[in-house]
Design a protein around this ligand. Structure first.
Ligand code: HEM
Length: 178
């Protein structure tokens, strides 16, 4: 099985919904940018702490943790870190599935930075710039391709990826989810 293709096929509708929900308030506005960072702050620190405790995650090369950069941007915007929307991770959960969503979320960063650059607002962007020049997505894809893509591993990854997307949709208060 092709791990990446399976994850993509079974989560792309959630990504589209999340993209729509995030874009409800234009990112290139102080309110929209704050909403975007607070959405990540509700989910990402908890997910990264879980990943940090998983042996499989240790084999994924590179500095992947963005919680500090995210908190730095919130501080600079004088925003308090919100209560976390916790995903109930358990032993069944998959590092591949959780990391797919977090690492994939970097891909939108370039687009979002371009939107901000076109706007007249100046905001801290340590979180969006984290990993710039380190080819994080390519090295993640290479790592994913080296993981045994058994039907049960793929199923666990898809389930975990969906759970993280669902937490993000909850965190951004997705109007379509009400
Ligand atoms: C307005 C907000 C967002 C925009 C504009 C955006 C945009 C993008 C873009 C342009 C790509 C690359 C698509 C491609 O190369 O095929 C992408 C991929 C991805 N994004 Fe987003 N994104 C946004 C928010 C998010 C969020 C909040 C998450 C998760 C927390 C996320 C998760 C992903 C994932 C997992 C992929 C990889 C899909 C794949 O190639 O399999 N995105 N996004």
């Amino acid at each position: 099985m092709d791990f990446l293709a399976e994850l993509r096929t079974h989560t792309t509708h959630l990504h589209e919904r999340l993209d729509r929900a995030v874009s409800q308030t234009p990112i290139a506005s102080r309110a929209g940018y704050a909403r975007f960072l607070l959405m990540h702050a509700r989910v990402l620190p908890h997910a990264e702490r879980w990943l940090a405790g998983e042996p499989a995650f240790a084999s994924l090369p590179g500095d992947r943790m963005r919680t500090d950069a995210l908190m730095q941007d919130l501080d600079a915007l004088e925003l308090e870190a919100p209560p976390e929307t916790k995903v109930a991770f358990n032993d069944e959960d998959s590092v591949a599935g959780v990391a797919y969503v977090l690492e994939g979320s970097r891909l939108g960063a370039r687009y979002l930075l371009a939107e901000l650059a076109k706007s007249d607002i100046s905001v801290p962007d340590a979180f969006l710039r984290h990993g710039e020049g380190q080819h994080c997505w390519k090295t993640f894809r290479d790592w994913l391709a080296s993981q045994p893509a058994t039907p049960s591993a793929v199923e666990a990854a898809v389930t975990s990826a969906r759970a993280v997307f669902a937490a993000y949709l909850d965190a951004v208060r997705d109007p379509e989810g009400v």
